[in-house]
Write a protein that binds this ligand. Sequence first.
Ligand SMILES: [Zn+2]
Length: 233
Amino acid sequence: MSLKAMVFIDGGWLYRSRGALFQKLREENGFEIDYAKLPKVLCEDVANYLDEDISLVRTNYFGTIPSARSGYNTNKQYSFYDFLEVNCNYETEIHEVDVGSASDVRSDELWTKVALASALVFFAAQPGAYDVALVIGDDPDLAPALRRVRLMGKRVQIIGIRPSDTTKPQNSIFGKSRVTDFPPIYLDDHAADIRLVREHRLRTCKQCGHEEETTWAGPDFFCSHCRGKYRHS
Ligand SMILES: [Zn+2]
């Protein structure tokens, strides 16, 4: 029987780490992550290391969104989270944060860490839910939760960004003891594998039925004309 793997993604961390990925590929304009492929690529890595079959049972994604009253247009972000759920089979947990208030500067990062840690421990306590946790995010604050789930017999794979020479061990999860069962996976080493290659194809507008070439792979497609109308209404 194959091992059950559950992926836990700190969405804010992943977003902030894109810079390191671009650098790795020497991309100045950046690129997009292939979110559908990402969990599978990492599961393959663990399977190869263990020389055992791994089946991906669930991908948990934790993210934040500015609250409505902060004046941001959050449509694009909501459709990104919908895309993760519908097209990539992610389970998303999204928290509204008030980005406007000065005291709230880091509340999005704190919320994400606590939500991720809670889910790690919660699923570890459900009999047979997972054998291996793949944690995307190398925040050292996750150490207590990682130690707990390992005490519960779960194995932990941490996926981070290769620490720079100036990173102090205490500021990195990789400097902590008893938090992992595997050598780290550095996402920057996988930059080329998780890069989204966009396909151009014809799609039908949901509003007017007109066909247009697009790279958009999300659930609902609106042609350029109808997108313009939406923006102004
Ligand atoms: Zn249209």
